[in-house]
Ligand binder design. Structure first.
Ligand SMILES: *[C@@H]1O[C@H](CO)[C@@H](O)[C@H](O)[C@H]1NC(C)=O
Ligand SMILES: *[C@@H]1O[C@H](CO)[C@@H](O)[C@H](O)[C@H]1NC(C)=O
Length: 457
């Protein structure tokens, strides 16, 4: 069965282009660099930590709640390490906004001028000249599932609590997105926008680092049960037990690409070696290139010979099996599936990224079990391999931009960082994260399945 558009949510090839022009929400832009200078000498060594909600299926994304503006407004943003630009739905007015106006971001004469470094310094094709330095900086970002956002860059306050309880108020630049397109059969994700955590200058973690607020280290821990935590800064990084691999020096974009890696199945070689791997929390599923995908599919199918699971069609994903009766939990079938492993580095002392079956399979609403690994070649990813949220469940993933490496360690992501002996103040890590119902009231989550947030690759 052909994987349909709805399964292709994530990732995208650097397809961002910024241009500067003349749009309505432009107003005399005010330069934010003065505010940025003020914060420059803040001591490093702090972190901000947020509770996470979401799931791979049926939602297709994990998100945090973030305050923006003064007075602050709360926005639910999809955590995306596969793209740089943070944007929120913009009351400009807005096309393709899913939030009511009261929950959109209202720009306040705070657009970024196109002469600003964050606009002109982007390593992107610059199609349009910055005619008047005071013109607003417009952006257009496209994701690989063909979703897109058009808007203008603005700068505003991000009231944050450091892990020790101290309040900080960095001014950060992000997109006010007033024209969102989501072609395809599924409705757009109901989040207010995307939290861009890639490696580029405009990434929120890069901005926080250049203001001296936190180190440029991103941590996420996504649980199988809809919870988790997320942090910018290095204080949650365990001092031992983390497996590290270097970011590829030839990384063609601002993505977190590592490798080469070897693919193992049931701890045995598959013959697939030297593959490039991109870590992308904006992708709900994992994409293997045609060779790796074929190898894994063959091995899984061979294992299922004589087992009480039969191929079936399920609109959720391309490869599914049904049991004797509809399944409720992966516990019923995970014994039929072996562990998949990516080995980074050489055979002797390589770093293993182990993926148990509950981190590559899902149970659909119809009670079938489906493979959460898709054919990346088929969706135009070429030879790239993208690891998405499904593989990240139950591990802490660390994107260390200070030392240009990625780390991971098996973790119970349902626990809060405090339960690991962290010392997060109550204010820094509010426990009442029960806002989901309020945020998503009126949205039927079953309609949103497979609609992941998108990372740009
Ligand atoms: C928290 O950490 C920041 C940065 O390290 C420091 O400036 C601040 O004084 C600390 N606050 C408390 C309450 O210790
Ligand atoms: C993966 O996609 C490629 C390109 O469309 C195709 O040639 C190949 O047969 C696919 N592999 C499988 C196992 O479906």
């Amino acid at each position: 069965m052909n994987p349909t558009k709805e399964t292709m949510n994530p990732l995208c090839f650097f397809f961002v282009f910024f241009f500067f022009a003349l749009l309505q929400l432009s107003e005399a832009a005010k330069d934010s660099s003065a505010q940025q200078v003020k914060l420059q000498n803040r001591r490093l060594g702090s972190s901000v930590v947020f509770p996470v909600s979401g799931n791979v299926y049926p939602l297709g994304y994990y998100y945090v709640l973030l305050n923006i503006g003064n007075p602050p407004k709360l926005f639910d943003l999809d955590i995306d390490t596969g793209s740089d630009l943070t944007w929120v739905q913009c009351d400009a007015p807005c096309n393709g906004c899913t939030k009511p106006r009261a929950k959109q971001y209202k720009p306040n004469h705070n657009t970024l001028p196109c002469s600003h470094l964050l606009c002109s310094g982007l390593d992107l094709p610059q199609n349009r000249p910055c005619a008047d330095p005071q013109d607003q900086c417009d952006y257009e970002i496209g994701y690989s599932d063909h979703a897109s956002s058009i808007g203008a860059l603005v700068t505003d306050e991000f009231p944050l609590r450091l892990a020790n309880g101290s309040a900080v108020n960095p001014h950060l630049t992000f997109g006010c997105g007033y024209d969102q397109q989501n072609p395809g059969p599924h409705p757009p994700p109901p989040t207010a926008g995307i939290l861009g955590l890639g490696r580029g200058k405009i990434s929120i973690s890069t901005q926080l680092k250049s203001l001296g607020t936190t180190k440029n280290v991103i941590v996420h821990c996504l649980s199988h049960n809809g919870k988790g935590f997320f942090s910018i800064g290095d204080e949650l990084v365990p001092s031992s037990g983390v497996r590290w691999t270097s970011l590829a020096t030839n990384s063609p974009s601002k993505n977190y690409m590592t490798g080469p890696a070897e693919l193992l199945f049931n701890a045995k070689t598959t013959g697939v070696k030297g593959i490039d791997v991109v870590f992308d929390s904006g992708s709900s599923y994992t994409y293997f290139n045609a060779e790796a995908y074929q190898a894994i599919l063959d091995l899984i199918r061979k294992d299922l010979n004589g087992k009480p699971l039969k191929d079936t069609e399920d609109k959720s994903l391309p490869v599914c099996w049904k049991g004797k009766k509809p399944m409720k939990s992966l516990d019923e079938v995970k014994k039929y599936f072996k562990t998949i492993t990516l080995r980074f580095g050489n055979q002797k002392n390589g770093q293993l990224f182990q993926v148990p079956s509950e981190s590559y399979l899902i149970i659909t609403e119809k009670g079938n079990v489906c493979l959460g690994i898709l054919n990346g070649t088929e969706v135009g990813l070429d030879s790239y391999n993208i690891i998405g949220d499904i593989f990240f469940q139950g591990i802490m993933v660390i994107y260390d931009n200070e030392q240009h490496r990625i780390g991971w360690i098996s973790t119970d992501c349902d626990k809060t960082p405090n339960e690991y002996g962290g010392e997060l103040s109550e204010e820094a890590y509010p426990t009442g994260f029960g806002l989901i119902t309020e945020l998503f009231s009126g949205s039927d989550s079953s309609k949103n399945k497979n609609l992941a947030s998108d990372g740009e690759l």
